[in-house]
Design a protein around this ligand. Sequence first.
Ligand SMILES: NC(=O)c1ccc[n+]([C@@H]2O[C@H](COP(=O)([O-])OP(=O)(O)OC[C@H]3O[C@@H](n4cnc5c(N)ncnc54)[C@H](OP(=O)(O)O)[C@@H]3O)[C@@H](O)[C@H]2O)c1
Length: 286
Amino acid sequence: MENQPQQRTKVWFITGASKGFGLSLVRQLLQQGHHVAATSRNLKELRRAVNNDSTEFLPLSVDLTTESSVSEAIQTTIGRFGRIDVVVNNAGDGQLGSLEELSDEEARANFEVNVFGSLNVIRHVMPHLRRQQSGHILNISSIAGFLGTFPGFGIYCATKFAMQGFSESLSVEAKAFGINVTVVSPGYFRTEFLTPGSLSVPQQPVAAYEEVRQSQAAHQNQINGNQPGDPDKLAATLIQLTNEPNPPLHLFLGQDAYDLAHQKIGAVQHDLEGWKTMSVSTGFAS
Ligand SMILES: NC(=O)c1ccc[n+]([C@@H]2O[C@H](COP(=O)([O-])OP(=O)(O)OC[C@H]3O[C@@H](n4cnc5c(N)ncnc54)[C@H](OP(=O)(O)O)[C@@H]3O)[C@@H](O)[C@H]2O)c1
């Protein structure tokens, strides 16, 4: 123990903290003496779940899809703790259904939370991080934001691919201000994500999509409750990550995510090289 450097106390801002990854993070951080601002749609449920009355914990009622609500939460956090060191865009829900089945409204609702909710946080936290010339933003995407071949998860994948895209851009924009960005891609972890409170099913299912219904049933009945990933280990890993001097832009979590990422990279490499002649044939003749 003597040789281990003492990690300094940090201020964390975490979205979607009443259950799952968010709750695991809040509990471990408070136990380690960090300051934690955590958001939820349901303040009462968040307070009940965390069960901590200390001044280190700031529970916040936030609607992530309303910019003024997000802005107010960040101002309140700065008012209480004076700074923000780590931001976790964790809140997210899933919309199951084939692209044909899902209405414009259903598709957009998933983007509102996963994409535009996260962008609201980034837009309002960046001025503070720039002023500090430091900070670490962790955007919780998914392996489904790197590999899209899951029947019935096209819209969810699209939201999580969007997070990968803006995280990569943000990493280069924020670098000049000493701010790190990591886009996190977990595989299957045992949280409440596959339960009706987080995963919606199509309002107008189309019977012909048998593979989508099979995928839906498998996720709801077999995979839910049997996911290999431990959310407490994921939370501990993210905390450890923020102590790294050079954190990665991409972090895959879980053996399944690691294997599927390899599969995707191999498939892209295969197409890239197999179709190279066509790819490079489109420039002006010099
Ligand atoms: N578990 C997995 O296997 C897995 C894998 C890859 C990625 N992820 C991602 O990890 C993140 C956390 O999920 P989890 O696994 O911890 O699931 P969870 O147990 O269902 O928790 C989801 C959290 O997101 C918030 N949330 C859900 N729907 C929301 C909505 N419509 N508006 C605002 N907030 C909402 C909830 O916050 P409040 O109820 O407190 O407001 C909740 O605390 C999500 O972004 C998810 O996409 C999960």
